[in-house]
Every structure is written in structure tokens, then in C-alpha cells.
Design a protein around this ligand. Sequence first.
Ligand code: GDP
Length: 195
Amino acid sequence: MKVNKAELIISAVGPEQYPEAELPEIAFAGRSNVGKSSFINTITQRKKLAYTSQQPGKTRTLNFFTINDSCHFVDIPGYGYAKVSKKERAFWGRIIEEYIQTRSQLKGVVLLLDARHKPSEQDLMMYDWLKYYQIPIILVLTKMDKLKKSKRTAHVKQVIDEIEPLPEDKYVLFSSETGEGKEEAWSLIRALGGF
Ligand code: GDP
């Protein structure tokens, strides 16, 4: 899909800052370093739309982007970052929970998982939690280019078996290096958002 416009509209922490527009919203979640910003940047064909978690000092906020004036993307801060205090983690848990629970525009969450590793406890918790709130999910397995061809199937199986997705949960194999899965991801996102 061609992205003519992609802009950060607001970095929010609470509902009073969420944009008022009724555009369908897709949120992106994953462990810090999973390749979430690379994914957002690749599919929007922008170099630095989403901030990488490797950029030190970046404030952790819910970043709302408008895409082609047809939807919002919401970048949720990466979890599992070791240097975050317990207090900050709890604070962020509440911010994210509030967003997921209250945002009527939210059509679904893209949950990113590193194709090379077994999902972490936090990945499984995030999946279960989204299910609990009946949020539709697209799983994106990142960094596929890092897998040897002969190991692809086994690695994908390892991740999927651990998550045990329900039949309605679609998954995409993705690489921001090669562009693998880019169009497939778009068609699932558009189907989820209804745009
Ligand atoms: P985030 O913290 O989830 O936003 O992760 P980033 O997008 O910043 O990526 C973390 C690191 O993984 C960076 O060094 C990226 O260059 C690298 N990375 C992300 N996606 C891919 C990918 O598909 N293939 C490869 N080889 N590296 C990737």
C-alpha cells in the first residue's frame, strides 16, 4: 500500500490527550528491541516515523500517527526493558490498560514477536491480556532475514506453538531488511481496521 501521508499527531499518556477523530485505530505492541519501530517505519515507507527504543532519553508515550487520513497507528512503548523501575512499569501498565480498555476507535493490536526466540513471559501475558479484553490480534514475527532458510519452519513453529493462537488470529512472517511480509501485513491491518 502506498502511504502518502504519515504524521505524528500526539504523544499521549492519558485519554484527555487522545485524538478526537473517529478514525479506525491500530496499535502496535511488543518487547523492547523486537523491531516494532522498524516495522512501522517499513510499512509506512518512512525512515524515522517511529522512534527506536535504542534512542536514549526518548520519553515513553503512546504515540499517535495519522496514516493517509484513513487511520491512526498507535505505537505502544516496548515492554521488558531491563532498566525500567518497578514503579515506572506499574505506571506504564496502567497507561496501556486504560488505553486498551477505553478506546472505542481501537480495532486491533499488532503484536510483534522475534521469530528467533521463544516468546517471553511478558509476550504471553500480553497476548492473554488482549484476548481477555477481546481485542483482535495480528501476530508479526520479526527479523525473518536472520533465520537460515532451513530453520525457518522450526522457528516459526516454536513461536506459534508457544502462543497457541486461536484460529481468528492471523500471523505474518516479516523482515524490515528484505521487506518480506510487508504487503501481507498491510492487507491484514486494513481488514482489521475496515479501511
Ligand atoms: P523496537 O525497540 O522494537 O522499536 O526495535 P527496533 O525497530 O528499533 O529494532 C531493534 C534492532 O533490531 C535494531 O538494531 C534494528 O536494526 C534491528 N531490526 C529490526 N527489525 C529487523 C529485521 O527485520 N531484520 C534485522 N536483521 N534486523 C532488524
